[in-house]
Design a protein around this ligand. Structure first.
Ligand code: ISL
Length: 571
């Protein structure tokens, strides 16, 4: 058996550069800003940094719309700045993973500019061009080639008057989908990926990588989706498509073969099941190292999705996580996350960002980091940063939120008051407010006008305060990261739920390869009880907790205080 891969013991930190640190006072974070904060990452102890896109981009979707894959956008700096950041991180032993957005480009990418220029342009087929629906007036509502909706509201097709056809965009109209059926597209992408690896980066986080293969009929047709909403659901035709595994394996062969040691390949795969996850990450299949599941992130979604959040059923969360733990135990590997730039802040969502902010943020961290897999920490998560709590629709910057609000208003589906509430709970902007470095103006993020509002709670919630307080969220994350580095059972041990039906306590054991661990987290503001399993509770060693004084343990009966987390090790 091969030794476990390096990333089984690694923790990744995600930087959303636009909101991390501004160095030049234009209100937008940048690469030279990252240089100023490397000590923070070193103090935390992370092994890898993943950068959300910094490529040249019109910024329609904050950089997830790329117009030049081989250059840095001027708002973030230059290629030379990036080289400097990569060198500085490497010097501190931190690897660098780049976001890779290849399901789509910007409509301002030269490939698309050529593609749209005429029906017989050699790059025409690099994107999905389709004629209007038969018998319909081209460009009129309902004449789109299929009834698919886009993730950012409205149809997934945009009419292009110049050639009288529509192009597909699963996201915004400025994000046309690339046609991976065309081998020239794939060659161009692999070429670009090799260029980045040659430049010294250590891997890729692949944006919506399981959308690259679409289901195409023998005659080249795409089929309507079902659903009774405004638009048909495209997912049966676009998610985990028929050639997906073939493409990923080809990419692996063309880009990673022979140079793979030390790299990290993580796919973002909304809609992937455990079985899919295993296919993506079983090393023998040579596709990816790990993928981001969305199953645990969808548990609190009502029928209206992210803008229709419901209270979490903890039992469902435990069952979902446990399925992924078991499914990828003997082959494959899990990426573990609560937060990223697309999700509301976890302490506001599954925790209590008021009276128990510190306790619930550290409890959530403990539960996640004690799973088997590679944990991802999203900037500010380690500070216990909370949702934005914006109270005006005009506070939002995210295209998804803005377009959702416009559509909901146009169709009279939600009142403005309901919209404010829906966005406050579900908007991606909750994760995108500037990192709170100190209590000063703009939280130390910028000397200028920040591109999005700074959370007023930065006067108390900020890195300076967190670093000064040994009991803080920051120091708790630091301890969790160190624990993974030092304890083989944390990295590789088997996972088993304890009292899976307990409505408020998330408890499990980790065992194999060393002294077993018992982990319990109280997902409520009330005291709770759970029975220690897998060891003699009376003799167990307290590895980690989030209260100053030890937990109430009598024999095997463990009493948990509000949002308390406990990690015990068998003596
Ligand atoms: O969750 C989803 C479907 O279940 C979608 O919202 C979608 O899959 C997800 O938002 C994809 O996110 C990634 O690609 C987007 C970009 O806006 C996000 O920021 C990025 O993380 C388009 O590139």
């Amino acid at each position: 058996n091969d030794p476990p891969a390096w990333w089984t013991g690694a923790v990744v930190y995600q930087i959303y550069p636009r909101s991390f640190q501004d160095s030049d006072g234009d209100g937008v974070g940048d690469l030279r800003g990252v240089l100023q904060r490397i000590d923070h990452l070193v103090a935390l102890g992370v092994d890898v940094v993943w950068f959300s896109p910094i490529y040249r981009s019109p910024q329609d979707d904050n950089g997830y719309d790329i117009s030049d894959y081989r250059d840095v956008d001027p708002i973030f700096g230059t290629l030379a700045d990036l080289d400097e950041v990569v060198a500085a991180l490497h010097e501190r032993g931190i690897k660098v993973v780049m976001d890779l957005v290849v399901n789509h480009t910007s409509d301002e990418h030269p490939w698309f500019i050529e593609s749209r220029s005429s029906k017989d342009n050699p790059k025409r087929d690099w994107y999905w061009w389709r004629p209007p629906r038969e018998g319909m007036e081209p460009g009129s509502p309902g004449a789109e080639s299929t009834n698919w909706g886009s993730y950012f509201s409205g149809p997934a097709w945009e009419f292009d008057r110049a050639t009288g056809e529509y192009y597909l965009h699963l996201f915004s109209r400025k994000q046309p989908d690339l046609n991976w059926e065309n081998p020239e597209v794939r060659t161009a992408i692999y070429d670009m990926m090799r260029w980045w690896l040659d430049r010294g980066i250590d891997g890729f986080r692949m944006d919506v990588i399981n959308l690259i293969s679409k289901t195409v009929g023998d005659d080249g047709s795409l089929a309507d989706g079902v659903g009774d909403g405004l638009y048909g659901d495209n997912r049966a035709h676009t998610v985990n498509g028929p050639r997906l595994h073939e493409f990923l394996h080809e990419m692996h062969r063309e880009v990673f073969e022979g140079r793979r040691d030390g790299l990290l390949l993580v796919g973002e795969t909304p809609g992937a099941t455990v079985e899919d996850g295993r296919l993506f990450t079983d090393p023998a299949r040579e596709e990816l190292d790990m993928v981001f599941t969305f199953e645990h992130m969808h548990l609190d979604h009502g029928p209206g999705g992210r803008f229709d959040l419901r209270p979490l059923d903890l039992r469902a969360l435990k069952a979902t996580m446990a399925r992924w733990q078991a499914g990828l135990f003997d082959a494959g590997w899990n990426a573990l996350y609560w937060c990223n730039h697309d999700q509301p802040r976890i302490v506001s969502r599954f925790g209590d960002d008021g009276a128990y902010r510190r306790e619930s943020a550290t409890m959530l961290a403990t539960v996640l980091h004690l799973h088997r897999g590679t944990p991802y920490v999203y900037q500010g998560e380690e500070l216990g940063m909370t949702d934005a709590h914006f109270d005006e629709l005009t506070d939002y910057r995210d295209i998804e939120s803005i377009r959702f609000a416009a559509e909901a208003r146009a169709h009279g589906r939600l009142t403005d008051e309901q919209l404010v509430e829906a966005l406050a709970a579900g908007s991606r902007d909750n994760a995108r407010t500037p990192v709170q470095w100190d209590a000063g103006p703009s939280a130390g993020f910028t000397s200028g006008e920040p591109w999005i509002g700074v959370n007023p709670n930065h006067v108390s919630v900020n890195a300076e305060a967190e670093r000064a307080d040994p009991a803080s969220v920051f120091h708790h994350y630091r301890r969790l990261i160190r624990l993974r580095h030092e304890d083989r059972v944390v990295r590789l041990g088997d996972f088993a739920l304890v009292e899976p039906e307990h409505p408020h306590v998330y408890a499990f054991t980790r065992s194999g390869g060393g002294p077993s661990l018992f982990v319990a987290g109280n997902f409520s503001g009330e005291p709770q009880q759970v029975t220690v399993a897998g060891m003699n509770g009376a003799r167990a060693e307290l590895v980690l907790g989030n209260y100053a004084d030890p937990p109430g343990l009598e024999g095997a009966a463990l009493s948990l205080r509000p949002w308390e987390a406990v990690v015990l090790r068998a003596a």
